[in-house]
Write a protein that binds this ligand. Structure first.
Ligand code: NDP
Length: 467
């Protein structure tokens, strides 16, 4: 469906349990008996390099499809495509160097530390960055020699299907990559529970993440969880107002706030607070909301009706609990926006720590502002939710910026910036934002088992027991 209009884009068949099982069996066969895990890492890297080239050549088309299906402005889809290609090239270049090491010790057997693939990996992704999340999981898993079953969100399956098409006729043995289309409680749960799957890597909300972890217990499969957040941005009054507000807009309203790491909680020093709120509200009202394919659009629709009503529900809770609605809070519906799932960029001030809008991830274009006086108070507020994915500090005093960023309980932190990352940098969260890290060397390591292999070159009796 196109979230800009609510119109269907095409029909995609849903996999039933039999087809999910068929995909898992194909991946199992390809892992246990196929050549992929035993292919030299440099050859596997060749396939990833070739895929990167193919997707790069196809980038315009893929970006358009992503925007049509997910709703985000085209410039954001294009930026995603650049990250997709960079991620594939990063793992193609890095994996062969990292997968084997030797640890010679004098007088001892020649010992090697081998990184071997984990096996069959189920990769379950969310709808906010469909292609990017798929490649974040697929690139390290393939580079390490695993076989995969990818399940995109049923809301945004199209670019994952095109990814499968791009993989066809590359030098990839049958069964190494499988894509199943289906919903979470059906196909997703079946993958997480399958005894033939060795690892499940999940990106999504905390509720589904818990269910995945429970389902995975049956065969104690490896579990990686990239979950949500309620990321704080601590704004000190020594920061220039225009810079702080400009970064704040990007932190919270990018992809209509449907970003796991969105900086959605502004914790602002008292002497800057009122001016910050006023200016942020003014700038939020000026954001051009429209269909993602329109080049003038700065913020697209939400992904669908259900997501918009969830966000509106959170907005109503904020009003009920006494937060002050500074701007937004309503669907946008006139003219060409009439049929899409648009929502005004929304800002609440006067927020208290216990409020639902402060504690819960909203996953829409909704920012909340809290006020602080001392650094200690700012940190208490910043760390005062169950989440710990990301966070930022805006201050001209870099020593303070780094001190506060280090004290944030979060997997990713920025000082005077937001959202910048890259395939070489680890991604993931503390507390209830997940288990483990993706990307970087950490992401590759998480797709491997470690084996200590000892080779005695000149064996002789050791006479531990009497002959
Ligand atoms: P959901 O948790 O609803 O779904 C995520 C994926 O899991 C989808 O493919 C979904 O399938 C599937 N799924 C749902 N329930 C189950 C289940 N019981 N067993 C197995 N799979 C299941 O999240 P959303 O798609 O709504 O995505 C939003 C969430 O994802 C937010 O909380 C966001 O913060 C988080 N996220 C985290 C990121 C990170 O890197 N930390 C990055 C991006 C998003 P289907 O949709 O087909 O039903």
């Amino acid at each position: 469906m196109d979230p800009a209009t609510g119109d269907p884009l095409c029909t995609v068949s849903e996999c039933g349990p039999d087809q999910v099982e068929q995909a898992v069996r194909a991946a199992r066969r390809a892992f246990d008996h196929g050549p992929w895990p035993r292919t030299p890492a440099v050859r596997r890297a060749g396939v990833l390099f070739a895929l990167a080239e193919r997707l790069e050549a196809w980038a315009d088309h893929l970006a358009r499809v992503e925007t049509l299906n997910q709703g985000k402005p085209l410039r954001e889809s294009r930026a995603d495509l650049e990250e997709v290609v960079a991620c594939l090239r990063y793992y193609a270049g890095m994996a062969p160097r990292r997968l084997a090491r030797t640890a010679p010790r004098p007088g001892a057997p020649l010992a090697s530390v081998l990184r071997e693939p984990v096996g069959v990996c189920a990769l379950i992704t969310a709808w906010n960055y469909p292609l990017l999340l798929a490649v974040w999981k697929l690139a390290p898993a393939l580079a390490a020699g695993n076989t995969c079953v990818l399940k995109p969100s049923e809301l945004t399956p199209l670019t994952s299907l095109l990814l499968a098409e791009a993989l066809q006729d590359l030098d990839l043995p049958p069964g190494v990559v499988n894509v199943v289309i289906g919903d979470g409680p059906g196909a997703g749960r079946a993958l997480a529970a399958s005894p033939r799957v060795d690892k499940v890597s999940f990106t999504g909300g905390a509720a589904a993440g818990r269910q995945v972890a429970l389902a995975a217990l049956g065969n104690l499969k490896r579990v990686a969880l990239e979950l949500g957040g309620k990321s704080p941005v601590v704004v000190f009054s020594d920061q220039d107002l225009e810079t702080a507000v400009d970064l704040a807009l990007y932190a919270v309203y990018c992809n209509a706030g449907q970003v796991c790491s969105a900086g959605s909680r502004f914790i602002v020093q008292a002497d800057l607070h009122d001016a910050f709120v006023r200016r942020l509200a003014e700038r939020a009202r000026r954001i051009v909301v429209g269909p993602g394919l329109d080049p003038a659009t700065e913020m697209g629709p939400l992904v669908g009706a259900r997501q918009r009503s969830r966000v509106l529900d959170a907005v109503r809770a904020g009003v009920r609990e006494g937060a002050r609605l500074e701007t937004g809070g309503a669907p946008l519906g006139g003219g060409r926006l009439a049929r899409g799932f648009y929502l005004e960029p929304t800002l609440f001030s006067n927020c208290r720590p216990a409020m639902r809008v402060v504690q819960e991830e909203i996953f829409g274009p909704v920012a909340v502002v809290q006020k602080f006086t001392t650094e200690e108070e700012a940190l208490d507020l910043a760390n005062g939710t169950p989440y710990g994915l990301a966070g930022a500090v805006f201050s001209r005093d870099l020593a303070r910026g780094v001190r506060v960023a280090r004290a944030l309980r979060a997997g990713v932190a920025w000082v005077n910036g937001y959202h910048t990352t890259g395939p070489e940098l680890p991604w993931g969260g503390c507390k209830q934002s997940g288990w483990g890290r993706e990307l970087g060397t950490f992401g590759l390591d998480a797709c491997t088992e470690i084996k200590q292999l000892n080779l005695t070159l000149e064996p002789a009796p050791i006479r531990w027991f009497k002959p």
